[in-house]
Design a protein around this ligand. Sequence first.
Ligand code: PLP
Length: 385
Amino acid sequence: MNGKNKSFRVGFASYFNANHAFSFWKARVALYALFKTIGVGPGDEIILPGYTCVMDVNPIKYVGAKPIYVDIEPDTFNMNVELLEEKITPNTKVILAQHTYGYVCDIEKIIEIAEKNNIAVIEDCCLSLGSKYKGRLAGTFGKAAYFSFQWNKPFTTGLGGMAITNDSELADKIKRLCEEQIIQPSFKEKAMLSAQLAVYRTFIYPRTTALAQSLFRWLTKKGIVVGSSATCEFEPVMMDDFFKGMSYVQSKSGIGQLRKLEQNINHRKEMAALYDTLLSEKGWRVREYDTQAMDPVMVRYPVRITEKEKALEQAASAGVELGSWFECPLHPIETPMTVYDYEMGMCPEAEKAAKEVVNLPLHPRANKKTAKRTVEFITKYTQAK
Ligand SMILES: Cc1ncc(COP(=O)(O)O)c(C=O)c1O
């Protein structure tokens, strides 16, 4: 633990008015710590949307529990709460309430159902830093919440994760678990991460992102950069050095990012509103969500198109930054999804979204010109209904 780390945790907790914050090497490690301390184990079931990152599912498998997938509703890509109750069994231990792309899920209803059935709710805020529901920040509804600072998240420390909670008993358990078991990133990992952060800052611009991304993927496979996920993380087997804490370089970067958070949020909101305007001028259907209740801070702006693969290919060569997550219900899995208990057909809306959705940049380096270019590009394709 270092001074920077404490300042980052304290600053992050205070943004949420949370009593406790714990920092980790990645968000998936934070989720694992939450499962361990909530007491999730073999035979337990964890309910989550079938439109997620497989790195959310790994910790479920690591503790011996079973993921149970709920389909999404098509406008906000969040768990369809109408389908939630039928998935609950006496073994359900946790509902993972993921706020997708920045849209807040139907968190009040989820909490109501969870309380009725004595189930814990963990909020996945990896894509929704700063989003609000009825004036309250996403991440302050459940027993705990966790966040990612990986490079394409709302803000980045290269890699990184944080868990927050107001539950003192849970916080004591996380503190003890970390004291007993957490390991520090190696010197090599820290050095590589510092270099990566410098490269991100220098090279990641809307016109170069696709190129940089392919390069990073290649370098990760070769073990030259730390990467968001090692190849072995595409299988549900926990690595010996998985349970890692946050390094000095991540904490230092996090403090800087926190200072710019309001600016970052305002930028994202302005950019999303600009996409709404530009897309609707072209006759495209734009974001649809409950504007009375929700005040989303989008991490990316999702749109549905009919020729996703072709658009991604052409965007890369045209220097247009198009994101493609989630590419499948458990993004970006390379192994068969059945090892994660997902059978094709389980979540039809999620599977449809995975085939259709591309996402447009909103990050601090995207500007009005980026939005115009991106909309010009994307509206050459056909919007999927
Ligand atoms: C919704 C969601 N949850 C969790 C994670 C895991 O975050 P991390 O890469 O920091 O472990 C991701 C990663 O991309 C994600 O998209």
